[in-house]
Design a protein around this ligand. Structure first.
Ligand SMILES: Cc1ncc(COP(=O)(O)O)c(C=O)c1O
Length: 385
C-alpha cells in the first residue's frame, strides 16, 4: 500500500513497472520450468522494457521476437553473453531482414512453405548453429476475448496447414511452432496440447523441438498451473521432445501501472474527466480489443456515488477510456492509477497529436521510485521528417 502513496507524488503520465509483481510472475514461470523442464521465453512484443530484463533473465531462457528490431533488442539487452536464446518469427521475411535477424537470432521461424523453401538454405549456410522452425496453424479456435487475436480464425494468414507438412518439408526443419492462444486459461492450454499431440504426432516425431507459443495466462488467478504442468509432462513423455513456451502478457500480467492526472472536468449530459493519458496513444488495446482497464479505488459505471466518463488528451472523439465511478468527486490534479499496464501498452504507443509519451519508470521492492526514461520533443521529431 505504501507504494501507492509514492505513485501519487510522481510526475505523470508514467508507466511504472512493479518489480515485486514481476518477481511473483517469474516465480510461476520458474516453477513450470523446474517441474517440467521446458524453456520459457519472453515475447517482447508484449513487453520490451529492457531496464526490467535484469529481473527476468535469471528465470527465463531468452526472448522471442516478431521482427527485426525486437530480435536485436533481445540480443542486446536480455543477458547478452549469457547464452540466452533469441527466437524470431515474422509473417514474412525479406532476404535483407532475414540476414540481419540471423546476426541476432539462434532460432528462425518461417510462416509458410514458400518462405521456408526460399530461405532455409540461406539460414543453414549463414548460421549453421541456428534452428529452423515452421509455424503451424492447428485449426482450432480457442481464443474467446476477440477474433482479432485468434490465429485459427477463418482465412488466418498464420502458419501452414496440417496437409502441407510432407516428409520433404519436415526434413528441412528442427522445430514446429504452434502459437494459438490469447489470455487463455489452463483448460485451453490442455485442449491445445492434446490436439497437437493427437493430430501432429508424426510431424512431432521427426523434429527435435516444439514451441507451444504464448497466450497461456499462467499468472492469472484462475489459471490452474498444475493442470498445465501435468499436461506438459504427459506430452513430453509420449513424444520425447523438447518444449518451449513463449508467453508475453502473462509474464508481466498485473505487474505495473499507468499513472495519470486529471487535467479538467467538464459536463455534457455526463461528467467527463480529461486526463493526461490517452486510450488512443497510450493504451490502444482499450480501443482495439476493446477492454476496460481497472483504476485503483474505482468502481463500474454508477456503482459508486460519483460517476465520470474518462477521456484522453487527444482530438479523437473516440479517445474514451470508459465510464468509472468513485467514492468521492474527482478534482483537477487527482491521480488515477490504471493497473495491468505493462503488457501491450508502451510497445504500441504513438505520438499522435504530438501528445508526449509517458515516462518509463520502476517501482523497486523497497518502495524506491526510479525514473528510467523521460521522452522529449526530440523523440517526437525524430520519427517525422
Ligand atoms: C508468435 C507469438 N508468440 C507469442 C506471443 C505472445 O502472446 P501473449 O502475450 O498472449 O502470451 C504472440 C502474441 O501475439 C505471438 O504472436
Amino acid at each position: 500500500m505504501n507504494h501507492l502513496k509514492t505513485l501519487k507524488t510522481i510526475q505523470t503520465p508514467a508507466y511504472v513497472a512493479d518489480i515485486a509483481a514481476i518477481k511473483r510472475n517469474m516465480a510461476v514461470a520458474e516453477r513450470i520450468k523446474q517441474e517440467v523442464g521446458v524453456k520459457i521465453l519472453l515475447a517482447t512484443k508484449a513487453f520490451s522494457m529492457f531496464s526490467v530484463f535484469p529481473f527476468m533473465k535469471d528465470t527465463l531462457d531468452g526472448t522471442t521476437a516478431s521482427g527485426l528490431y525486437e530480435a536485436r533488442l533481445g540480443a542486446t539487452h536480455f543477458g547478452p553473453g549469457e547464452g540466452k536464446d533469441v527466437h524470431t518469427y515474422a509473417p514474412a521475411f525479406t532476404e535483407e531482414d532475414l540476414r540481419t535477424c540471423l546476426e541476432y537470432s539462434n532460432h528462425i521461424y518461417f510462416n509458410s512453405i514458400s518462405q521456408l523453401n526460399r530461405f532455409s538454405k540461406l539460414v543453414r549456410q549463414e548460421r549453421p548453429d541456428a534452428k529452423i522452425g515452421l509455424r503451424v496453424n492447428p485449426g482450432l479456435s480457442l481464443v474467446k476475448n476477440s477474433a482479432l487475436y485468434d490465429p485459427s480464425s477463418p482465412c488466418s494468414r498464420f502458419g501452414v496447414q496440417a496437409h502441407e507438412l510432407s516428409d520433404e518439408i519436415l526434413e528441412k526443419i528442427d522445430i514446429l511452432h504452434f502459437h494459438n492462444l490469447c489470455e487463455n486459461m489452463a483448460e485451453d492450454s490442455v485442449t491445445l496440447i492434446n490436439h497437437i499431440s493427437q493430430n501432429f504426432g508424426h510431424a512431432l516425431r521427426t523434429v527435435s523441438e516444439v514451441n507451444l507459443g504464448g497466450g497461456h495466462y499462467i499468472t492469472h488467478a484462475n489459471y490452474d498451473v498444475n493442470r498445465l504442468i501435468n499436461s506438459l509432462k504427459e506430452f513430453q513423455q509420449i513424444l520425447d521432445i523438447k518444449v518451449t513456451l513463449e508467453p508475453g502478457g502473462a509474464l508481466v500480467y498485473n505487474a505495473g501501472y499507468l499513472v495519470s492526472t486529471v487535467l479538467d472536468i467538464i459536463e455534457n449530459e455526463k461528467k467527463i474527466a480529461i486526463i493526461d493519458a490517452s486510450a488512443s496513444t497510450h493504451m490502444p488495446d482499450v480501443l482495439e480489443v476493446p477492454y476496460r482497464p481497472h483504476i485503483i479505488d474505482s468502481g463500474e459505471a454508477k456503482e459508486k456515488p460519483h460517476n465520470y466518463l474518462l477521456g484522453g488528451n487527444t482530438c479523437m472523439t473516440g479517445d474514451i477510456i470508459g465510464e468509472y465511478s468513485f467514492d468521492t468527486p474527482l478534482s483537477i490534479g487527482d491521480t488515477l492509477i490504471f493497473t495491468d499496464m505493462m503488457q501491450y501498452s508502451f510497445v504500441k504507443n504513438t505520438t499522435f497529436n504530438g501528445v508526449p509519451l509517458p515516462d518509463i519508470s520502476i517501482l523497486h521492492e523497497d518502495g524506491r521510485y526510479e525514473l528510467v526514461k523521460r521522452f522529449s520533443y526530440n523523440d517526437f521529431e525524430a520519427r517525422l521528417s
